[in-house]
Design a binder for this molecule. Sequence first.
Ligand code: GTP
Ligand code: PRP
Ligand code: URA
Length: 468
Amino acid sequence: MGSTPVEYLIESSSRAHFSGFHMDGMQAMNSQVGEATTSVNGNVHKQPFIIGVAGGAASGKTTVCDMIIEQLHDQRVVLVNQDSFYLNLTPEELTRVHEYNFDHPDAFDNEKLLSAVEMLKHGKAVDIPKYDFRSYKNIVSRRVNPSDVIILEGILIFHDPRIRELMNMKIFVDTDADVSLARRIRRDTGEKGRDISMVLDQYSKFVKPAFDDFILPTKKYADIIIPRGGDNHVAIDLIVQHIRTKLGQHDLCKIYPNLYVIHSTFQIRGMHTLIRDAQTTKHDFVFYADRLIRLVVEHGLGHLPFTEKQVVTPTESVYTGVDFCKRLCGVSIIRSGESMENALRACCKGIKIGKILIHREGDNGQQLIYEKLPQDISDRHVLLLDPILGTGNSAVEAISLLLKKGVPEANIIFLNLISAPQGVHVVCKRFPRIKIVTSEIETGLNQEFRVLPGMGEFGDRYFGTDDE
Ligand SMILES: Nc1nc2c(ncn2[C@@H]2O[C@H](COP(=O)(O)OP(=O)(O)OP(=O)(O)O)[C@@H](O)[C@H]2O)c(=O)[nH]1
Ligand SMILES: O=P(O)(O)OC[C@H]1O[C@H](OP(=O)(O)OP(=O)(O)O)[C@H](O)[C@@H]1O
Ligand SMILES: O=c1cc[nH]c(=O)[nH]1
């Protein structure tokens, strides 16, 4: 490891190509993310990021895992080896150990592995057996604590679909067969104390056929394929960067790839602090809410489709840029949504803005009272405006109306200032193709379905109707 120069190896594949490894794109990886654990009150528990590392025997999986762990030094990372879940050999199998196929999916206790991963995923510690290659038995076990990142490594770790589904990222280490065989001979005759003819015999009888029949077919499940394993520093750096981004994201963004929380800065936190403070004057509330709304609107516009456009600059150079999406409109949910109209108009000159009025009582009793929408709305991308997403009932009512008017779900971008997890679940589950852009995710809702910590009654504070 380390002595081979890093080369930019691009292989032909339908995947996106990055220097030295392939990935299906962040969207693909996001979509792998499993369900979050949701408590009775709808709040979300922190989920670990689960990485699967598969590849042929002696392909360099261990080195890849070690490098990821080393680079993620400030995170709690735990490594679980599929080897630990080898079934114990029966006395009869032990007498004919050379005929035992250690490379077959049936050699592993998949049920035990699945339950161990599920426990870790749900934040519970688990005892994991330690397999002894000399006695062919699980002799001791070690206690593994829940962590931020769980790495599952093994030749057939992608074989069981139930285990695969728990993974947020799947890596396949793709090393040339001769390099792997040379490594295997060195390792098995050294650390495992085996005879070279035994190693070669096992290789041709079991290892090679199992690679072709069981391991290689699981390569298609990988999000990332790393050629040259641990020697591929570029790939490992990019993987670690991606994991860091994912860990920094709100858990809900890991579950719903169409939820976007604008990148927080101290300026943004400062504005939120002001608008959430019950003592803030109306004047300041409006001023800082407007600043935040403008940011959300600009971010939301960034999710519209665009076309490439070239222009000639005053220096007579060609600048290749993009042309804004033309067919769009706003729709505000009366009355708080109207507070977002000015920002939208300031960004999109002359934009048409429709209105929807929904009567809301507690967490039900949603009733559409009034609607006025552009006639050709079904041909437009719609920016739906409402600063607060609480239970999600108002949003569901509004989005359902837009769909009824023929607006494709994927053409709706819902812009919020703050969103409660309950509302995000409701909207994203019911309308998986719409995008939600928000500036902060809240902790939950209280008994009266008000957002917590929230900012109180947004409409009253913004329009000045909260006087005693
Ligand atoms: N002979 C023998 N081989 C075993 C036994 N247990 C596991 N294996 C072999 O171990 C291999 C799986 O381990 P590897 O994937 O090479 O281990 P690894 O060190 O995690 O992999 P890399 O880091 O990629 O080198 C399989 O090919 C099995 O044939 C055993 O008890 N006896
Ligand atoms: O997700 P939900 O639980 O449906 O709550 C969110 C709705 O509540 C707020 O409006 P409100 O009824 O307070 O009216 P207002 O805008 O007129 O103040 C907000 O603007 C949303 O429309
Ligand atoms: O907390 C809440 C919930 C709905 N509407 C608001 O204005 N605030």
